[in-house]
Design a protein around this ligand. Sequence first.
Ligand SMILES: Cc1cc2nc3c(=O)[nH]c(=O)nc-3n(C[C@H](O)[C@H](O)[C@H](O)COP(=O)(O)O)c2cc1C
Ligand SMILES: *[C@@H]1O[C@H](CO)[C@@H](O)[C@H](O)[C@H]1NC(C)=O
Ligand SMILES: *[C@@H]1O[C@H](CO)[C@@H](O)[C@H](O)[C@H]1NC(C)=O
Length: 398
Amino acid sequence: MVRMGTLPLRLLALRYGADIVYTEEIVDKKMVRTKRVVNDILGTIDFIDEFDGSVVFRTCNEESSYVVFQVGTSDPELVVKVAKIVEKDVAGFDVNMGCPKEFSIKGGMGAALLKQPDKVKDILTSLVSNIAIPVTCKIRLLPNIEETMDLARTIQSCGVAAIAVHGRTKEERPQHPNNNEAIKKIAHDLSIPVIANGGSKEIDSYEHVLRFRTATGASSVMIARAAQYNSSIFRKEGKLSLDEVIPEYLRLCIEYDNVFTNTKYCVQMMLRDLQETPMGKRLLDSKTEEEIYKIWGLLDYYKKKQEEFKNLSLKLQMTLPSMGHLEPAHKRAKTESTFFSRVCENDDVIKVMIPLRKPYQKHILPKTVLHEHASKAQHRKKINVLASRQQHWLVCTP
Ligand SMILES: Cc1cc2nc3c(=O)[nH]c(=O)nc-3n(C[C@H](O)[C@H](O)[C@H](O)COP(=O)(O)O)c2cc1C
Ligand SMILES: *[C@@H]1O[C@H](CO)[C@@H](O)[C@H](O)[C@H]1NC(C)=O
Ligand SMILES: *[C@@H]1O[C@H](CO)[C@@H](O)[C@H](O)[C@H]1NC(C)=O
């Protein structure tokens, strides 16, 4: 899930019992300009945007046999390049054909693909024939079940290893009932494993997960929102309270130096109704990672790990002089999903999403970042700040 499915939450889900975890959808155009960097300080593999130094995708050994990289694409050639970049570090490669968001549809990605079986075939066959790991894809329902089954058969014929089906159409919202019957028909019709998705509204315990699998006749179940609220949903022994889940999650954030904005966002998502409690309010008001970790009594652990990273980075810089001119990797990684998590670009406009309450560090102000981006893209630098309901955009027009 976008912004949720970063490394700490994926590891948490695995530790609680998930068999497979997916990355958030990462768009091909963004991923293709990353460079694979072994981060010996954190024990991770980082895929770093060569343009701005941000970590686009971070993974590690613990998840390498279970993590599926999910891409957003509409381009059969570009997507193979992306798959080649990550295939040695992940267990599977998934194409998202379900995303109904405007940026996906406009880019011909996500649910826009559901109506383009030829494009789907091109994308999936070129992936299957060019990479060594399993290729999967995730779809939504088309308005008509026959059409959906045709598409599913087309997808199967491309040689994919499995297909995830979200039992809603592109127009349906999460509050609409999930069409378990349609998933059942598809599961019955195909010979490859079908992964049922869309059941979170009815999933509040591990038993409900099993019930959803039975209701859909699927081989397995993909859980999004229920795992976002309480990732211990994967525990066969039963869920844990958030008092246990959140500190467990935060420890992973500390160990993998997760970027503050992402950590805060994920914990806010977990707290949901509790956002109004004193603890929730403290979280909302927090402007640094120290403040978050303090709320859950993890400040000392955080400081100790930071010191350890600092020590290691000093040590490694001596042995790895190529890192010398850059900031230490653990600092560089801090830009993950801050400025450039939401860059939208076309020939005329560069939009950079800026978080509402980012504690802007040092001299790096959003406008500086955009100016740099604009000059590299040879744009004239006319910069406007646009605010929409939830987001602030910096927009650069030629
Ligand atoms: C905040 C949010 C982010 C999401 N991001 C993704 C994504 O990156 N890739 C994807 O395939 N689906 C994404 N989804 C859709 C979910 O994977 C899933 O299809 C949907 O929520 C229905 O499943 P559920 O009932 O288990 O939540 C997202 C959903 C939400 C609410
Ligand atoms: C997580 O699970 C616990 C234990 O069942 C429950 O008390 C809590 O409400 C759940 N949290 C959310 C946000 O669903
Ligand atoms: C970091 O290095 C300093 C100086 O060598 C040392 O005193 C300290 O114990 C180290 N800290 C950690 C957490 O390894």
